[in-house]
Design a protein around this ligand. Structure first.
Ligand code: DGJ
Length: 377
């Protein structure tokens, strides 16, 4: 009897301790989402790539505890055929143990995004990099490449983009110091300084700041979209043919608008951008914008979220818009519900994107949904 009890206790303890793999047929926004090993998916600030019939999800690997927002491991990658069930494919980009490396353990690696370059046959990963121990002051866009989609990604370099290049939409006054010198602008609020071209001119010789970012691939071209000018202004910069540097063709948009968390997609020939405001890890209201040409002009469309908690983007912040393959006009809004005190417990918010009669994006909360939603549209 004692023996049976012991065996039963051990079995119960094991089943409680071991993670359980689950098969999903739906999305459950905000709920723990387990991978094929029964472990919660750890890929925050995610970027997605569809390659040869499989979706890949790249994201920040977070650890437990308040230090978990620093890069202690690297960029995690998962793969899926159906978008509901994800296989752990390991660490695509590892942080380095070399104290001289820009991606040394303890740096900040955020919002990794991957595109495939047909010409070079390489996978190209861009991410927001902050150097170890320097807070958010480095404000760099960094790039790594790999021969295989799941990696290993080899770190190449980081940039403050477009040094000595004016944007395509620069005005004559943007390129000239203010009357009496730019120091006279220092008394203005940041938004107005951005509008007066202060940050643009300040960073012209060393390159523009780049924090929250995403990539958008448009045919053979790819563009980096990033928060610049102390997060007051967004930039869109064309990437070189191999996607690892810049052509020098770029634009400023939402000038002085204080946007971050960009996510871009193309619908019926137009470019749509979803962003957030800037309140650190705390949620705020999402914004959206549209343009006929990627380098602008861009027009603001307001908050795409509708219904309860729309002023807080359902307690989340945008990171990507995923185009569903094989379905017409099917796009998923993907956002992070950050948990800064215990970043590993951050959750994922996936919601279907709808469009209203005025061509505006509409995002509504759902506790549970699946891809059949798009059949109704
Ligand atoms: C909000 C950004 O969107 C995140 O990626 C991260 O940079 C936090 N701010 C840091 O406070």
């Amino acid at each position: 009897m004692k023996r049976i009890l012991l065996v039963l206790t051990v079995l119960l303890a094991k089943s409680l301790l071991l993670s359980q793999a689950v098969t999903y047929n739906n999305f459950y926004p905000g709920k723990i989402w387990k991978d094929n090993n029964g472990v919660a998916i750890n890929a925050h600030g995610g970027g997605f790539l569809y390659f040869e019939g499989t979706y890949y999800w790249f994201g920040e690997h977070k650890i437990a505890g308040p230090a978990g927002n620093r890069a202690m491991v690297g960029v995690h990658v998962y793969s899926s055929k159906d978008l509901y069930n994800w296989n752990d494919r390991g660490i695509a980009l590892h942080v380095s143990d070399d104290p001289n490396s820009e991606i040394v353990k303890g740096c900040v690696i955020e919002r990794p995004k991957v595109v495939y370059n047909k010409k070079t046959n390489k996978f190209v990963m861009w991410f927001h990099l902050e150097l170890k121990g320097k807070g958010y002051s480095a404000a760099r866009a960094a790039v790594a490449t790999a021969d295989n989609v799941t990696g290993p990604y080899i770190y190449l370099r980081s940039y403050r983009p477009n040094a000595y290049k004016w944007p395509v939409n620069a005005t004559a006054s943007d390129t000239m110091e203010a009357a009496g010198g730019d120091s006279t602008l220092l008394k203005l609020p940041g938004e107005e300084r951005a509008e007066a071209g202060y940050f643009l001119r300040r960073d012209y010789p060393k390159g523009q700041m780049a924090r929250d970012l995403t990539i958008f691939q448009d045919g053979d071209k790819a563009f980096l979209i990033y928060s610049s000018e102390e997060n007051y202004t967004m930039n869109i910069a064309e990437l070189s043919e191999d996607y690892t540097s810049f052509t020098g063709k770029w634009c400023r948009l939402l000038i002085g608008g204080h946007n971050e968390a960009p996510a871009m997609f193309k619908y019926e020939g137009k470019y749509y951008l979803i962003t957030s405001g800037c309140t650190g890890w705390a949620p705020n209201a999402a914004r959206s914008a549209v343009a006929a040409s990627i380098l602008g002009p861009w027009k603001s469309l307001g908050n795409p979220c509708v219904g309860p908690d729309n002023a807080l983007t359902f307690h989340s912040q945008s990171t990507y818009v995923l185009k569903v393959q094989g379905k017409k006009n099917a796009f998923i809004f993907i956002a992070d519900r950050w948990h800064p005190q215990n970043p590993i417990d951050g959750r994922y918010i996936w919601l279907p994107i709808q469009f209203n009669n005025e061509g505006k994006i509409v995002i509504k909360w759902k506790d549970e949904w699946n891809l059949n939603f798009f059949n109704k549209n």
